[in-house]
Write a protein that binds this ligand. Sequence first.
Ligand SMILES: Nc1ncnc2c1ncn2[C@@H]1O[C@H](COP(=O)(O)OP(=O)(O)O)[C@@H](O)[C@H]1O
Ligand SMILES: [Mg+2]
Length: 276
Amino acid sequence: MTDTQRYITVDDVSFGYEANQLTLDSISLIIGRGEFVAVIGPSGCGKSTLLRLLAGLVEPTRGKLTVDGQPICGPGLDRAVVFQDYSLFPWMTCRDNIVLALEQAKLGANKTERRQIALDFLSLVGLAQDGDKLPGQLSGGMRQRTAIARALAINAPILLMDEPFGALDEITRARQQDLLLDLWQGGQGDEKAGKTVFFVTHDVEEAVILGDRVMVMGTRPGRLVRDIQVTLPRPRTRMGSLQHPNFSPLRDLLLNELNLVVDELLLPGSSHGAHI
Ligand SMILES: Nc1ncnc2c1ncn2[C@@H]1O[C@H](COP(=O)(O)OP(=O)(O)O)[C@@H](O)[C@H]1O
Ligand SMILES: [Mg+2]
């Protein structure tokens, strides 16, 4: 396998928040440069934990993670994160939240340019009029889009997104999916612009619409149970994917996999499951 095909590696990684409890068990995963990997799994299976490991915010108990051949040992400018709880500074306007990230990433020549870049990305997510507002003055969906704009603005080669569209209404979510597809596909084939995306969602349809591959996680402890190739043509649009004959069989296959995982959780006497 070439280095391009092994851009991000997760090699036999286990992790526990406490010494006697295993949250993730023996996760192995290889992501190629420019690949879009979607991750689904029931709530609590460790999706966010896996993303935190990739972000370098926690260290594995066992195993190792690498990006471009280098071990992950902390957060880095090569990885932009959209956190599930948005993680905006509440005392700064939306625009200043983005300007700060640009400063940290050493992007933009000066304050004026950074403010312009921040505005451009806020416009991209439909918040051109809201840059001067504080996060507390916005709806959850607007805060979430601010966090997406911030992650896109710093132009990192890797995007780690934790249920980034979870708080959006249906129409806004559909638009953001198309926006992400456009941005991602626009850079494909270009070593510099092509982004590698690790995208956590609990929405099976979203995973199929966006992903090259969908990883299904099981729970207690969190582990990867399936890795399914999405056989939909690129470039894609959301609507084009929904209407493609491969779409329903893929969605049903993934729903079935998720059902198996949840059944296992609920079955009395299951080695992993809670007893009911
Ligand atoms: N900071 C933490 N300290 C202790 N346990 C945690 C912490 N964060 C998450 N967990 C536990 O780890 C498991 C996986 O959580 P998480 O990665 O958030 O799952 P998901 O994102 O799939 O819903 C859950 O049982 C959760 O309660
Ligand atoms: Mg989560």
